[in-house]
Design a protein around this ligand. Structure first.
Ligand code: NAD
Length: 292
């Protein structure tokens, strides 16, 4: 299958590599640069997103935020300029559910299908091809793209219509942020009380408090490994989506708001590009004590 891939960053690069390994012909584009590992494997680098769309039947996007998807789809030299009827656009970035519905309508008007298919599992999941993929869009398009999803992820669910994939991802990001906060508070408490936080984490991993966050982010906190991973600035973007949607829905998300303020505090001190486990640094400042 001819597949297009736009956005070869932390996530896009390993995801594209899995598709090449599975025998697909890839056409790739990034506004910044295409990593050599992708072209060395045989992907063709082209000059614009429109060129990607001309060459591919299924066009995947993996860019940072809503404005980047807008630009890649409908900007000058964007996907829309290269589309012909019958192609499928698959946005795997994490962006606004509301804007996603508008993007889907504009792509549908060109005779093409649209799937929103954001992922969870981080760079670790992208490299291991074990991503969770949450999809919104029509059944038939989902079935056509599923073999590609299966090369990049394991837990693949068609949640509903366009926008529902992105809504699911926002829900995911609420849980992840609040769990990082909980793990941070617990390890900070344990450390200040005089226990070895690494041993506390190990002990808790056997019980009810265990989670992937305790395992992965807990280890990052204990070993002070705050290189990304998933950058705080991207998680701020996701919680902004959660909080603005909550305002529109007229519901309160009090702990999501607190988690966002903690990310804001770390970012204000220059930590926006750190891994989101660095949220602990804001709590450490409040406690005047470091976990390790
Ligand atoms: P990244 O910044 O590493 O990569 C994004 C790439 O998109 C960059 O190479 C950038 O140059 C490119 N890009 C930006 N605008 C473009 C445009 N208009 N046309 C073409 N290319 C463009 O980001 P990432 O960490 O790979 O994240 C990508 C998406 O995946 C984000 O929406 C993020 O929230 C989501 N996500 C990331 C993780 C993670 O752990 N990093 C996990 C789950 C989901």
């Amino acid at each position: 299958m001819n597949v297009g891939f736009i956005g070869l960053g932390i996530m896009g690069t390993p995801m594209a590599n899995h598709l090449i390994d599975a025998g697909h012909t890839l056409f790739v584009y990034d506004v910044f640069k295409i990593p050599a590992e992708v072209t060395d494997k045989g992907a063709t680098a082209v000059a614009s997103s429109a060129e990607v769309a001309k060459n591919a039947d299924i066009i995947i996007l993996m860019v940072p935020d809503t404005p980047h998807v807008d630009e890649a789809l409908f900007g000058k030299g964007g996907v829309a300029e290269g589309l012909t009827a019958g192609k499928i656009v698959v946005d795997m970035s994490s962006i606004s559910p509301v804007e996603t519905k508008k993007f889907a309508e504009k792509i549908n008007a060109l005779g093409c299908d649209y799937l929103d298919a954001p992922v969870s599992g981080g760079d670790v999941g992208a490299k291991a091809a074990s991503l969770t993929i949450m999809v919104g869009g029509p059944d038939a398009a989902f079935e056509k793209v599923k073999p590609l999803f299966e090369k990049m992820g394991k837990n693949i669910t068609l949640v509903g219509g366009n926008g529902d994939g992105q809504t699911t991802k926002v829900a995911n990001q609420i849980i992840v942020a609040l769990t990082i906060e909980a793990v941070s508070e617990a390890l900070l408490f344990a450390s200040k009380a005089g226990a070895d936080p690494a041993k506390v984490r190990q002990a808790l991993m056997g019980g009810f408090a265990n989670s992937r966050i305790l395992e992965v982010h807990g280890e990052r906190i204990v070993t002070r490994n705050f290189g990304p991973g998933f950058r705080i600035e991207l998680h701020q973007k996701d919680l902004n989506l959660a909080l603005s949607s909550a305002r529109a829905l007229q519901i309160a998300l009090p702990n999501t708001a607190t988690a966002q303020e903690l990310f804001n505090a770390v970012a204000a001190r220059g930590g926006g590009k750190l891994d989101h486990s660095a949220m602990v640094q804001a709590l450490e400042l409040l406690a005047n004590h470091d976990v390790a």
